[in-house]
Design a protein around this ligand. Structure first.
Ligand code: MN
Length: 321
């Protein structure tokens, strides 16, 4: 389905959601969140006015952190349901273990893609011997109703396809760009692109008018559709765009996230995405009883206990507040 009427202001984009088909420039600033004792992340999604971009439902940007004399990332075993996790690094490495028995080290610009489906648990840690700097993003993709109970899966893809232009290297993390497709499994029309821009580059990226998009800045000084976006911030772009102007005043690292607007309402709590409060409560109980989510072997330390449920009801919510 495509939207050919570029003047329309009351039509929809994609086949899934009712979204005004009009490009916007909405700067999303991060919420600073402490994870554990030493790590602070910048949370871009969910944000005050916006919960999702396509099926992207969670975006944390962290680092670059100097972890030369520190253990670095130490995330004990914890469960997931109803989503995929994407680990994306610009510096450092992350050792992934999960209840399927996966044991993989993910390096910069390699895709660590975990599909929780109905249930999985995993841990993430900096290896004992690690690079000095850790810099990356942790993202979640919501699974649609038809696929949210699939069997759990973990994929590690090095050597992802790239698209190049003068001063630009675009690495296709999920979905496709200009005919280059990621091998990562997806369940909704979605795209994730890493953009490395050299100083002085001015370029235009082809976009799908049916997708909504946002650009996360990870490093450097870049202008996205004329708007300066500082590292740790994200510019929401709406949909109805055929291309996106980019300019780099220094070497810059960006992530383009997009997809068909996600039409379903979801309940997102802790590490779970469901559709009802009952499902979330059940998942929490199952984790606390050590059932359903399997076991992570080899992590030195205790698993993460589930937090207390909120006293207010967990209600299904849409992509915007
Ligand atoms: Mn996780």
């Amino acid at each position: 389905m495509s939207n050919l009427d570029r003047q329309a202001t009351l039509s929809v984009c994609g086949g899934r959601g009712f979204v005004v088909a009009e490009p916007v420039r909405e700067l999303l600033t991060p919420r600073h969140v402490r994870l554990g004792e030493s790590t602070e992340v910048r949370r871009l999604l969910p944000n005050l006015g916006r919960r999702m971009i396509g099926a992207w439902a969670f975006v944390d940007h962290y680092g670059p952190d100097d972890i030369a004399d520190e253990p670095g990332m130490q995330v004990p075993p914890h469960p997931h349901m109803g989503l995929q996790t994407v680990s994306w690094l610009h510096e450092g490495e992350v050792l992934h273990r999960d209840s399927l028995g996966s044991l993989r080290t993910v390096h910069p610009r390699e895709l660590g893609l975990m599909t929780s489906g109905r249930a999985i648990s995993h841990s993430e840690e900096s290896p004992k011997s690690h690079a000095r700097f850790l810099h990356g993003a942790q993202l979640w993709v919501a699974l649609p109703e038809a696929h949210r109970h699939v069997e759990p899966d973990f994929q590690h893809h090095a050597g992802l396809p790239t698209v190049t232009a003068p001063g630009l290297t675009a690495t296709v993390i999920l979905g496709e760009l200009d005919g280059a497709a990621s091998p990562g499994t997806t369940y909704t029309p979605i795209v994730g692109i890493d953009l490395a821009l050299a100083t002085g580059t001015e370029t235009r990226l082809p976009l799908d008018p049916d997708f909504e998009y946002a650009v996360l800045s990870m490093s450097g000084e870049a202008h996205v559709d004329g708007v300066p976006v500082l590292p740790g911030s994200m510019l929401y772009l709406g949909c109805g765009r055929g291309e996106l102007p980019l300019r780099a005043d220094s070497d810059a690292g960006l992530m383009l996230l997009g997809g068909e607007p996600f039409a379903e309402e979801i309940v997102m709590w802790w590490n779970f995405i469901g559709r009802t409060e009952e499902e979330i409560v059940q998942a929490r109980d199952d984790w606390e009883k050590s059932s359903r989510f399997g076991e992570v072997h080899g992590y030195h330390g205790a698993r993460l206990p589930a937090p207390q449920l909120p006293t207010t009801p967990l209600k299904p919510r849409g992509r915007v507040r």
